[in-house]
Design a protein. Structure first.
Lengths: 288, 415, 232
């Protein structure tokens, strides 16, 4: 039983990464109707940001946690203004290709600069373990889970309790009608894109102390995150977060009890969800 | 909504197809040498996870061997027209298959070198057999290449899973860590490593108390580490068979879960200097593993490594040194045979004994084309022990050539 | 609101349509399905990209203004699907459109409190999701929402479609109430009888053209003929 709980908890930790990434993806998709293929690259850049700050400026983990998401959010806004925005009126496929291209460029630039092997990260905080009553767990990983949970909750409150949140939810549900109600949805597109980018960067910084930091780390992860978003319901914010944590747990417990399915369980679940509820667990069918 | 997903997948498929094309270089043209020259093809991972430990610098190692050969033989060289081409196989067997065919058939390649990733290497060996051209495996660890899937055109030059398992598995078990928990990636290399380690551990009197195949690639190994630490009976050592980024992940997480404090040691199946850099020397200090070569193991290796570093800017891995060695021995064999005809070159190579910058007390075994040579059980130095840049490893024990590799497999019939 | 002239190229859905709505005037647009009624409303609102011609509002040319600018000037849009957000509560739905400063200072007769007084059902359900309202409640919410912004002209796309007679009656009251406050209404309507109870004038739209302009007596006299034409 203890082992079950410990494994479930472990699943929640990796679920935290999925949730943060899926959340950013869902917010961006909702507002822009763009599936941001560059999301994995932003996660990778976030982790590299932590490494670079630590190596060249001597700034530790906490600085990275603050600076890197802000810098990448700003970079994301710039990309939205300069590139994504120009293609917004066209078929969404153009922006899929654009963001996919951006992801490849980022990946290759980092590989040119740092090689394909992983970068060491010296700034890991919380070296100890924490006694959680039933089991002990690495303090840092507990911290990661807390940050993921707090951020998801904060975003939820932001969306449900503030005017900005109402506007974003409205624009997500009916982009066109919302404009006809006197709301300049265009004004919110850039900040929302930046916000989603910042969330991915945050996940990247959190990953640096516990995962391999290399140019392909985002590309490997983002495929699962896409599955998470589809399972949760494309554009559904609670769906993305719930599915993120759910799939983290499913993978961990799957590894424990049915190791044969560990690689495929996510995609099996995705297939089942698409068959039974094509719009995802929390999704609604698109309006005509 | 479903519609909007099918569009990006179509785009992705298109991009994947495009990415599969391109690469390559010109062929060449005189004498008893076919097509007027010799072409050496390096088929390797130019952009993925193995691009640093093999990759573009493996190509440079082969180029360096060609330059050294030309300088040594000058006008007496069997041909002056020697070229090196390369291609990226992206660690995928189907791409390796296509690229190898292209190299042998269209680019007049006489010999292919490297090919990390076991499944890709097996694909290339098959093509080498069909094309009747030579293939020198450097980067892949599978013993199948010199076992069940052996053929008279394929050589295993640097290392294999048996060498790694026999060195590390036997030594660690005899050292007192008898109960093993193995964590291995679920593909050809990992499965091979698991099998070879299990055999080595058992014959050294130890036991594999638990094992897990893990997804590949994977960034969450906590599940398996937790399982290992809760396992009854308690393992003395966790043996991890991951490579590249996955190895970094598993070691980082091994440390966060403090398995060392629970008296569960770490043993690594395959490790390159690039991995030690990635994980951090101090995090690995004391870890024992087996290697085919390391850059500062003796003066001969050191001198060559200095030349290599001058040329490439990086300290060579054993893959780089072995590529240089294989290319050099191949060219010398062509020189002695006076022809680049694969069968004649192979006849010259078979049973050949040699010593070079890479291999010591080496012999090209006639029976299975396994090159046997000394292997080394090494230990990661404490940072304080390091005296210069990239000085990561110290020798624990030299495993002599006749012990380092398995006896020729009865499964291998060359025909 | 002075006049609308709009048309498309390629598949012409609207062909040089001109119409005007005066202050406190209710004008209906009748026509078969596919005649271009909804497109006309979308053109007025600026939601249709490919439009030529001119839209003026209170003497200003707004033909190139963004939809949100038009809304803030005083155009209130009630789309054919009512435009209720399932993800927002009733109150969030109501307060989503910003009230322009001009309307706020002149003291809109439709404050939130007034709305809740007039529509007790909305007050009761202010915290529930917009999706859980009945069709009639959704329609009232959609109308109340644009009235609250102090819109001077309402663009209503089939507000009575699929609703029970008693609710239709209530909608009529709301529209007449708005008219009394000087609000102009452009009403797309298939229910001809209902239209005559609220409207001053009627336009018949066919194949993207306004083919006839009728007053209430004409409509009443020729109701049968009209219904036949509309295919109802």
């Amino acid at each position: 039983m203890t082992s079950f709980l410990q494994q479930a908890f472990n699943g929640l930790v990796s679920g935290g990464f999925y949730a943060l990434l899926a959340l950013g993806l869902a917010v961006i998709f909702g507002m822009l109707r763009v599936v941001n293929f560059a999301h994995g690259a932003l996660y990778m850049l976030g982790a590299f940001g932590a490494v670079v700050l630590s190596d060249s400026l001597g700034l530790g983990f906490w600085w990275a946690l603050l600076i890197v998401p802000l810098v990448l959010a700003a970079a994301g806004m710039l990309v939205e203004r300069l590139l994504v925005h120009r293609l917004a009126a066209l078929d969404p496929l153009y922006n899929f290709l654009l963001t996919f291209g951006i992801a490849l460029v980022c990946q290759d630039l980092m590989r040119m600069k740092y090689g394909s092997h992983s970068q060491p990260y010296a700034g890991a905080p919380f070296p100890g373990s924490l006694d959680l009553g039933l089991f002990t767990f690495p303090t840092y990983q507990v911290f990661v889970l807390c940050v993921a949970a707090v951020v998801c909750l904060a975003v939820w409150l932001l969306l449900t309790r503030t005017r900005i949140g109402t506007v974003v939810r409205a624009a997500t549900e009916r982009p066109e009608t919302t404009r006809a109600f006197g709301i300049d949805t265009g004004r919110w597109v850039t900040p929302v894109f930046g916000f989603g980018a910042g969330l991915a960067a945050l996940a990247g910084v959190l990953a640096a102390p516990m995962r391999a930091v290399n140019s392909s780390m985002g590309a490997d992860l983002i495929i699962i995150v896409f599955a998470v978003v589809v399972i949760g319901g494309l554009g559904s914010i609670p769906g993305a977060v719930t599915a993120g944590f759910l799939i983290g747990m499913l993978q961990a417990l799957g590894n424990l009890y049915v190791p044969v399915l560990s690689q495929t369980s996510v995609y099996l679940l995705m297939a089942v969800v698409l068959l039974v509820r094509p719009a995802g667990l929390f999704g609604k069918e698109e309006h005509a | 909504m479903r519609r909007s997903w099918s569009a990006p997948s179509a785009a992705l498929a298109a991009i994947a197809l495009l990415a599969g094309c391109g690469g390559g270089g010109p062929g060449s043209g005189g004498g008893s040498i076919s097509d007027d020259g010799i072409t050496l093809g390096v088929l390797t991972d130019l952009s993925g996870v193995y691009a640093d430990l093999a990759g573009p610098n493996a190509v440079k190692a082969v180029e360096m061997a060609v330059d050294d050969f030309k300088k040594k033989h000058g006008d007496k060289a069997v041909t002056k027209n020697i070229s090196v081409i390369s291609a990226d196989h992206q660690n995928k067997p189907e791409i390796a298959n296509t690229k190898a065919r292209e190299m042998y058939d269209r680019k007049k390649t006489d010999a292919i070198f490297d090919v990390p990733t076991s499944s890709a290497a097996l694909a290339v060996a098959t093509i080498a057999g069909q094309s009747k051209r030579l293939y020198f495996n450097i980067g892949a660890a599978t013993t199948e290449l010199n076992g069940k899937s052996c053929n008279k055109y394929t050589y295993g030059w640097a290392y294999d899973a048996y060498m790694l398992a026999n060195g590390t598995g036997t030594e660690v078990t005899e050292h007192g860590d008898r109960n093993w928990y193995l964590i291995y990636p679920d593909y050809a290399f990992g499965q091979d490593m698991e099998a070879k380690f299990s055999t080595a551990i058992k014959s050294a009197g130890g036991e594999v108390v638990g094992k897990d195949a893990t997804p590949f690639p994977n960034d969450n190994f906590s599940t398996f580490l937790l399982k290992a630490s809760a396992h009854k009976p308690k393992p003395d050592v966790v043996g991890v068979m991951q490579a590249g980024g996955d190895l970094v992940n598993v070691v980082k997480q091994y440390q966060q879960f403090k398995l060392k404090d629970k008296d569960i040691a770490l043993a690594v199946g395959l490790m390159f200097d690039t991995d030690i850099k990635s994980i951090g020397q101090k995090n690995l200090a004391g870890t024992r593993y087996t290697t085919a070569w390391f850059w500062n193991m003796d003066d001969k290796a050191k001198q060559w490594s200095a030349r290599f570093k001058e040329r490439t800017g990086v300290t060579p891995t054993f893959d780089h040194a072995a590529n240089y060695s294989a290319a050099t021995q191949y060219l010398e064999a062509v020189q002695r045979a006076g022809t680049d005809k694969a069968e004649d070159v192979a006849k010259t190579l078979d049973g050949m004994k040699f010593d070079d910058v890479f291999a010591r007390n080496a012999e090209v075994r006639k029976e299975d084309h396994r090159v046997v040579h000394d292997a080394y059980l090494v230990q990661v130095k404490e940072p304080a022990e390091s005296t210069e840049e990239d000085d990561f490893t110290k020798l624990v024990k030299t495993i002599p050539a006749d012990k380092a590799f398995a006896a020729p497999s009865p499964d291998c019939t060359m025909g | 609101m002075r006049g609308v002239s709009a048309h498309y190229d390629e598949a012409r859905v609207l062909d040089e349509v001109s119409l005007r709505i005066g202050e406190g005037e209710v004008v209906t647009l009748v026509g078969r399905n596919g005649a271009g009624k909804t497109t006309l409303l979308r053109c007025v609102m600026g939601l249709h990209q490919r439009m030529t011609g001119e839209v003026t509002f209170a003497g200003r040319d707004i033909s190139t203004a963004a939809p949100h600018r038009r809304a803030r000037l005083g155009l209130g849009f009630v789309p054919d699907d009512r435009g209720i957000y399932a993800g927002l509560t009733v109150e969030e739905n109501l307060t989503l459109p910003p009230v322009p400063a001009a309307a706020r200072s002149s003291g809109s007769p439709w404050s939130l409190e007034r709305i809740y007084e007039s529509f007790p059902v909305l007050a009761q359900r202010r915290r529930t999701s917009g999706a859980r309202l009945s069709g009639g409640e959704q329609q009232m919410l959609a109308l109340a929402r644009v009235l609250r912004t102090g819109a001077r002209v309402l663009l209503c796309d089939e507000p009575t479609e699929g609703l029970a007679p008693i609710v239709v009656q209530r909608i009529g009251e709301i529209i007449r109430g708005a008219k009394e406050h000087g609000v102009g209404v452009l009403l797309v309507e298939q229910n001809v009888r209902f239209a005559t109870t609220v409207a001053d004038r009627h336009y018949l739209l066919a194949q993207g053209r306004i083919v006839r302009s009728l007053d209430n007596t004409e409509v009443r006299e020729r109701e049968h003929e009209l219904l036949q034409y509309l295919g109802l």
